[in-house]
Design a protein around this ligand. Structure first.
Ligand SMILES: Nc1ncnc2c1ncn2[C@@H]1O[C@H](COP(=O)(O)OP(=O)(O)OP(=O)(O)O)[C@@H](O)[C@H]1O
Length: 261
């Protein structure tokens, strides 16, 4: 099962952002033939720009400290988002947008939620007594324990450990997920753990993923449909990407590269 069938990026003023990005001058329709879509390309090619505009268009919640509407870093993307036309196969009602940098905002959000819950307990203790107090405090403890079970204590783990934990805790069946450079925090081993998580959710749980990445590991996700952003936006295989070939050649013979660098 996947949800979004295609998007159509309409033309705009090529002298201004984002239509001044070469990829968007000719982009047109992008058709999704797989539950996993991967955006690849050089820095500045436009991958995140399209992902952000799409997240706004899909009205997805952000996993950070601020919602998309109040996120100042997304202020310039509304017009671009408005110019995108969506075509659904089935409408998805669950999903989120997650960027590598949103992780710390999420930890902050969890911390303030925890403070609020502690405040609720203090408040109940002042206002209630007997069974009423017991029930109210029990309900708050229930919420605290549910958060603890889902994410553990994110203040006591590394960035990469916590990042993966958040994704494991938030990804659910039958959702559409837009993820920007998840590999930024992850070791190769944890990229493989994420690979396995995404593969399982796409194959067995009816999820659709659109991921911008520089990770050759994630580019190899089974049946992933890769779009290369350069002068145009076009389909490629992972073997054709520079990420894959440069890394492969480098690892095969680092000395050969070092002679020229
Ligand atoms: N809000 C903005 N206003 C003007 N230009 C922007 C804005 N955001 C990004 N750009 C420019 O648009 C281009 C594409 O940026 P984008 O972040 O989409 O690239 P990317 O392909 O995701 O790159 P990377 O792999 O480095 O994340 C860049 O040249 C960038 O400087």
């Amino acid at each position: 099962m996947y949800y979004l069938e295609s998007i159509l990026v309409n033309k705009g003023d090529e002298s201004r952002f984002p239509y001044n990005i070469p990829a968007f001058r000719t982009m047109g329709r992008m058709v999704f033939d797989s539950p996993i879509t991967v955006f690849v390309g050089e820095n500045g090619a436009g991958k995140s720009t399209l992902l952000k505009a799409l997240a706004i268009k899909l009205n997805l919640p952000a996993i950070g400290s601020t919602d998309l509407e109040s996120d100042e870093t997304l202020a310039g993307f509304q017009t671009f988002s408005d110019s995108i036309k969506l075509s659904w196969r089935n409408r998805a009602y669950r999903g989120f947008f997650f960027r590598a940098e949103d992780y710390f905002g999420f930890v902050k959000r969890l911390r303030s939620l925890d403070q609020e819950l502690k405040g609720d307990i203090v408040d109940f203790e002042k206002r209630l007594s007997g069974t009423g107090l017991k029930l109210a405090v029990g309900a708050v403890h229930g919420q605290k324990e549910a958060l603890q079970r889902r994410y553990g204590d994110l203040t006591q783990v590394s960035h990469g450990e916590g990042f993966l934990k958040v994704l494991q805790g938030r990804l659910q069946s039958e959702g559409i997920y837009l993820i920007d450079e998840p590999e930024a925090a992850l070791s190769p081993q944890r990229q493989l753990a994420l690979f396995s998580l995404i593969k399982n959710l796409a194959e067995n749980e009816g999820c659709q993923f659109i991921i911008a990445t520089h990770s050759p590991i994630l580019m190899c996700l089974p049946k992933a449909q890769l779009f290369q952003f350069d002068d145009t936006v076009h389909r490629v295989s992972y073997e054709e990407t520079e990420h894959f070939t440069i890394l492969k050649n480098f690892l095969n013979n680092p000395e050969a590269f070092l002679r020229y660098l």
